[in-house]
Write a protein that binds this ligand. Sequence first.
Ligand code: HEM
Length: 389
Amino acid sequence: MKVRDWERRLYVTAHPFAYPLLCAAARRGPVVRVPGVGVVVNDASLARGILMDGETFRKDGPGSPGELWTPVLGPSVLLNMEGEAHRVLRRRLADLFVPSYTEALCARVLDEPLARLTGRLRDGATVDLVDAARVLAGAVIGEVIGLETRTESAYRDLFEQGERIVSMVSLRTRRLSPSQVRRARAVLDPLGDIAAKAYAAGDESTVMGRMRTLGLSEDEARGAAGAFFLTGTETVATLLPRLIALLADHGQLARVAAGGAAMLDRAVDEAMRVTTPTPVMLRSVHRAVAVGGVAVRPGDRILIATHNCCRALGPFDLDRPHPPELRRLWFGAGPHFCLGYPLATAQIRLVARTLLAAGPLTVTRRAAARGVLIPTYRHLAVRAGRGTG
Ligand code: HEM
């Protein structure tokens, strides 16, 4: 049976012009220069080599992604830093999201909303997994920042605020306009105040309190809270419905539900590979070198097309092993490897496990989202019980 490629449709709907260009770039070879975009890298081994070399390929300085985010997040938020300063801050944050802590945090925050979700599915209700995942991701990031209002509408609102900032960025954006910076700051400054309050309280069971214990200044903790909010909400929230849809479309829901922890991890990894919630990574070149035979110069912009690198292996297939060069490339590699990886993993595992246990799930209705940076569903309705959907 031919499976309809919903993932492709999500990408085309989110990026009707850029996605076909990105696919065309992949067909032209492992490294191609695209006017107006930069040097596009489509090969996982070359991408990994670039990510590991933080001296030549940087996230700070002119033309780098740092330039995009520094005006809204401040100068020292990891994702716009390099070299010794970056190493020092990463070292201090190394223990912030250890798995034992992130698993306990997700269990604490998500137990109640997940019990409600399971209850609704058991009662035969149709549930929109897009909205559910937004609320759950909002709950987790709210806890990370120190949000005191713990209601579904507060979580939904938090999610939407982040979405408003992220949707200002397209695959071509190099800088935010002054009015975009103002709008982003109008969202982030009050969140920074919430984070600063939690930092000042210093409770070591909270993420902000832990940052204080780890020796971060209040400004650094504020900046980190903003960075976590921007990088760690939509990525997780969009992955969850896409994971369930992929398993449903490939007839793998029951197999993964029955398969235990290792099987679930394999399913999550394979869904990450196919969806790549962060479809591209940017660097600016600081030293003349050759990348896969293409000469690059200082000031060149490198666009690692993570999505192309990962999709080169083929369509979704739980039985195909990942070669070493692909290993978690969707979370980056090297010095900037995703700091929130343990938090994202804990959350995705817990939510996916709960949804699968409430199944068998049937997808009854769905549509792709327009005008978003991270491709996703506008809605994905599921209900428990076998059906024709
Ligand atoms: C499915 C979920 C997620 C995906 C796919 C993802 C992906 C990534 C990728 C690809 C990078 C590296 C970017 C680069 O090198 O240019 C990154 C960095 C980062 N991520 Fe995540 N991420 C996710 C969730 C999270 C969460 C939940 C948090 C925190 C709450 C988070 C915080 C960060 C931070 C702070 C960085 C910057 C690290 C640095 O520059 O040193 N991410 N993420």
